[in-house]
Ligand binder design. Sequence first.
Ligand code: ADP
Ligand code: GN1
Ligand code: MG
Length: 357
Amino acid sequence: MELNIKNILRQFAVESSAEPYGNGHINDTYCVESPRYILQRINTGIFKNPDELMENIENVTAFLGKKITAGGGDPKRETLTVIKTVDGKNYYRYDDDNVFRMYLFVENTKSIENSKTPEDLYEAGVGFGHFQKMLADYPAETLHESIKDFHHTPKRVEALREAIRQDKAGRAASVKAEIDFALEQAVWADTVIKGIEAGQIPLRVTHNDTKINNILFDQESGKAVCVIDLDTVMPGSMLYDFGDALRMGGSTAAEDETDLDKVWFDETAFEAFAKGYLSEMKDALTETEIELLPFSVKLLTYECGIRFLTDYLNGDTYFKIHREHHNLDRARNQFKLVADIAEKENKLCEIIRKTVG
Ligand code: ADP
Ligand code: GN1
Ligand code: MG
């Protein structure tokens, strides 16, 4: 069979065409026309075991679907639905680099990329909090680790040091200021991992990639409808999900804005998201988790910044880029945010104290 979209769609019993869609950094996403579906080419450079990956997603969405139905909701709208191939499989493999899956398209929703209101942030908090709450009794031991040590920040620092040592793209000398900043901050990078290892921070089933465009909002009401991009659902700390959502949700600018005078951390967004999230999760959280909520935003923003810088030094092999130096722009942007979050950390702690009551 020739590799073209029409032939791939036929493997899912769909006669149609598809166009590139969305703004993800990892997979290639297409929108299939009438009736609409999402077709994705899974990034097998990153997700090396599609069987395990899709088993996680099928099991998690089936589990969520049952809870949503029991609560009177619509599982086809409130979680992802995997479309099987004509052979009854949950993905189609053409060859090692071309592995495709299909989902129902969640209609009448919008993705929020950059401009976001406090109401959007509140809803995102409710959505991600509710998602986590529904997964509280998911059998974590049955989940495969789709990316090993995904949020192990000290190992991310180690990967940065290795990238500096190897300097594959010959760029290290030109980004000395960014490298210095990244390594100076590394002193607090192990806070959450140490807490987990010491048993002070519980492992929960978490999403691990809670950026604001990984949740779909109802087009009319603006309410959070469906948490998507489930590739990284694995055992982790809720601090990863809280911090990562605000990394992007709490910024006054896009993740790749190059005018750093526009990049600030917005306390109003933080308060709105925290209120939404805590309305679902407050009773489930430990004191340590609550205390570390503001810190988690700095940590996850830092972690993402050093991942962008590492990828820049490695020659842009992980994140999709759309212009030269894109990963460096992203890293600088995240570091600006880290500095601003650090300035505001006390205020953020005050907001949490007030919200928790
Ligand atoms: P990536 O892993 O590359 O980020 P995502 O799974 O997040 O890919 O998909 C990219 C974009 O496609 C999302 O941000 C969203 O806008 C859109 N999308 C993904 N799945 C669906 C779906 N089932 N229904 C509607 N839109 C979707
Ligand atoms: C990637 O898949 P996407 O675009 O939603 C990345 C996240 C980063 C994010 C930065 C599997 O998210 O970890 O925080 O880019 N996902 C993976 O924008 O690495
Ligand atoms: Mg995504």
